[in-house]
Design a protein around this ligand. Structure first.
Ligand code: ZN
Ligand code: ZN
Length: 341
C-alpha cells in the first residue's frame, strides 16, 4: 500500500492541557532510519504526567506526538538499513539511546548518557500515537514475527519496566517474599513475571477487588487491600508500582533486614533514608528506570511462549482522547491499547 503524505497523530500542543487529534505530515526515513505503520499503541500513566507538567518542566518541544509503547510493521527503510526488516512486525524499544556511550556499551541503554532529558519517542521525540512512526535505528526494534500487535505493545513499557525491576533484584527475590504494591498496567505483568521466572512467595496489594482477583489468577499467593493486611512476615523485596508517600511508608514498614524497597511507580511520593533510623539494617532503596533492550527481548520471548499475557482493553484510534480521560479517572483494568480505526 502506498504511504500517504499526511496522517493523524495524537499531539500535545500546550502544557497542562489535553492532547488533540491533528493532521501532520508522514515522516520519511533518512539514513539508518525505519518507518513503521503503527499497529498498536499502549496508553501510559507517564503520558498523563507529561500532559500535566507546567511549562519549563520537561525539555520537550511542542507540539509533540505522544505514545512510547508501540508495535508496528516496517514499511520503509532508509539508506544503510537491512532491507529484510521490510514487512516485519516489531516492538519498539522506546529509549532512543546512542548505542556507543559508557552505559550503552555495557548494555544499559536505559541509562544512556546522551538522552539530553528527552528519553525517546513520545517523551521528547515524535511519538507513536499516530498512523506511522519514524524509528532512528534498527537496534530500537525487537522482531516479533507471527505475534499479535495488541499483545505486543504493552511489552514495550509496562512489561519491560516490570521485568527490569525484577531482574535487578532477582538475587533477593529467589527463595524470598515479594510484595507487589499496585496491580495495574505494570503490576499485573510483574505478578506474572514473578510467577513464571522466580520461586518467590508473591503478595499483592491493591485497593481494587477486581485487580486482586486478577492477581490471584496470575499466581499471587496472598492478596490484600493494604500492606499491613496482606503481610504477616518480613519482606525481602517490595516492588512499589504506585510510588506515593503512603505506599513507600507502608513498604518500608514491612521490609526485612537487608530488604529492598524498589520504587517503580512515579506517584510523586518521597521518603528520607538514613542509617539507624526507620529502615531495617542493611536496607536498599532503588528506583529503576524502564529497561534495556536485552530485557525487552526477554519479555517478548516470555510473551511468545504464552508465559505472560497483558490484560488489555482495545480502543480505536479516534477514541484515544476519551481513553486518556478514563485512564486519568482510574477507570481502566490492565492496559489500554489503541489500534487503527
Ligand atoms: Zn510509559
Ligand atoms: Zn548511550
Amino acid at each position: 500500500m502506498p504511504i500517504p503524505s499526511s496522517m493523524r497523530a495524537v499531539q500535545l500542543t500546550a502544557w497542562q492541557s489535553e492532547p488533540e487529534l491533528r493532521e501532520v505530515p508522514v515522516p520519511r526515513p533518512g539514513p539508518g532510519e525505519l518507518l513503521l505503520r503503527v499497529d498498536a499503541a499502549g496508553l501510559c500513566h507517564s503520558d498523563l504526567h507529561v500532559m500535566s507538567c507546567p511549562p519549563g518542566t520537561l525539555p520537550y518541544d511542542l507540539p509533540m506526538t505522544l505514545g512510547h509503547e508501540i508495535a508496528g510493521t516496517v514499511v520503509e527503510v532508509g539508506d544503510g538499513v537491512d532491507g529484510s526488516w521490510l514487512d516485519r512486525l516489531a516492538v519498539v524499544h522506546g529509549v532512543w539511546s546512542c548505542g556507543t556511550c559508557h552505559s550503552c556499551r555495557r548494555g544499559h541503554e536505559n541509562h544512556c548518557l546522551h538522552l539530553d532529558g528527552r528519553v525517546g519517542f513520545g517523551l521528547g521525540r515524535p511519538g507513536g500515537l499516530a498512523e506511522y512512526v519514524l524509528v532512528p535505528a534498527a537496534r530500537q526494534l525487537v522482531a516479533a514475527d507471527g505475534m499479535v500487535a495488541t499483545e505486543l505493545a504493552p511489552l514495550a513499557d509496562a512489561a519491560l519496566t516490570a521485568y527490569h525491576a525484577i531482574r535487578l533484584h532477582r538475587e533477593a527475590i529467589e527463595g524470598g517474599t515479594v510484595v507487589v504494591i499496585g496491580a495495574g498496567g505494570l503490576g499485573h505483568l510483574a505478578v506474572q513475571i514473578l510467577k513464571q521466572t522466580t520461586d518467590a512467595h508473591i503478595v499483592v496489594v491493591d485497593t481494587r477487588p477486581a485487580a486482586l482477583e486478577a492477581a490471584r489468577e496470575h499466581g499471587a499467593h496472598t492478596t490484600g487491600t493494604t500492606v499491613a493486611e496482606a503481610v504477616d512476615a518480613p519482606v525481602d523485596v517490595v516492588l512499589d508500582f504506585v510510588g506515593a508517600d503512603s505506599t513507600l511508608a507502608a513498604g518500608a514498614e514491612v521490609l526485612a533486614p537487608g530488604g529492598r524497597l524498589v520504587m517503580v511507580g512515579g506517584g510523586g511520593g518521597s521518603m528520607t533514608v538514613a542509617k539507624g533510623r526507620d529502615l531495617p539494617l542493611g536496607w536498599h532503596v532503588n528506583a529503576p528506570f524502564w529497561g534495556p533492550r536485552q530485557d525487552l527481548e526477554a519479555v517478548v520471548e516470555l510473551a511468545r511462549g504464552g508465559q505472560i499475557v497483558a490484560d488489555i482493553e482495545v480502543v480505536r484510534f479516534s477514541d484515544t482522547l476519551d481513553a486518556y480521560r478514563r485512564l486519568r479517572e482510574g477507570d481502566v483494568r490492565g492496559r489500554i491499547v489503541v489500534v487503527p480505526d
